[in-house]
Design a protein around this ligand. Sequence first.
Ligand code: IPE
Ligand code: IPE
Ligand code: MG
Length: 258
Amino acid sequence: MSFLTKFRSSTQEIPNISAEQLQIPKHVAIIMDGNGRWAKKRFLPRFAGHIKGVDALRNCVEFALNNNIEFLTVFAFSSENWRRPADEVSMLMDLFVKSLQKEVKRLLKHDVRLRIVGDISKFSEKLQTLILDAQEQTKDKQKLNLTIAANYGGRWDLVQAMNKLFAEQQNQNPKTDFGESDLEKYLSLSFAPEPDLFIRTGGEQRISNFLLWQLAYSEFYFTDTLWPEFDSKEFELAIASYQQRERRFGRISEQVKK
Ligand code: IPE
Ligand code: IPE
Ligand code: MG
């Protein structure tokens, strides 16, 4: 039974209650952190934690599907993660390749559209081809938009958007008064609404150069739970916390209360 169904059973008198009325976030963004520590606690190599981390992501995708979350965006590899020991980086790349090879079929079956955001040009030819193929294969899927940020950095995203905006200007009379929407359309996540809920597992309370622009008004949820242990119960807790928040977007409480 899904979280939403459970919730529904307690509000049975309200027919056709929408996800919005139940305050199910439309877009959830997650920093999946704590794989290494999960492994270390078990005297396993760090890589064992990354493998478990893929299982946790699969479960979260299932949770999102069951609960009508429309966009799930996860941070898998940051532009700074190249600084890790070479063997860990190369194992992460292999795991990315293997996961794509294995999971795309499942995504298709569950009506999930996959996008990868980040500078994929730094990946091997093989990985780039797999990424482009997976995106192409799932492009008509609609139930869930799953986005994996890989070799992604929030600053990189802003700079690449700025470069595209600049290139566009070369073809016309240069404009000087740019608005937010001029830049926004070139950001990697321009297809998605801004995240309603941002989750970071693993105990750190920082953004680590994730979605710098898009998190402006997201609700933040930090948990000490390590990513491989982040299951549907943990996801429910995050959503329950989100449901307690009052999102004011600069207004005062009286203005947003219905
Ligand atoms: C997150 O887990 C996964 C990646 C950054 C690839 P970590 O590998 O950062 O795990 P910890 O933080 O060292 O425990
Ligand atoms: C952030 O985790 C990036 C990902 C989860 C992919 P890190 O473990 O790299 O973050 P820092 O270095 O602790 O800030
Ligand atoms: Mg970490």
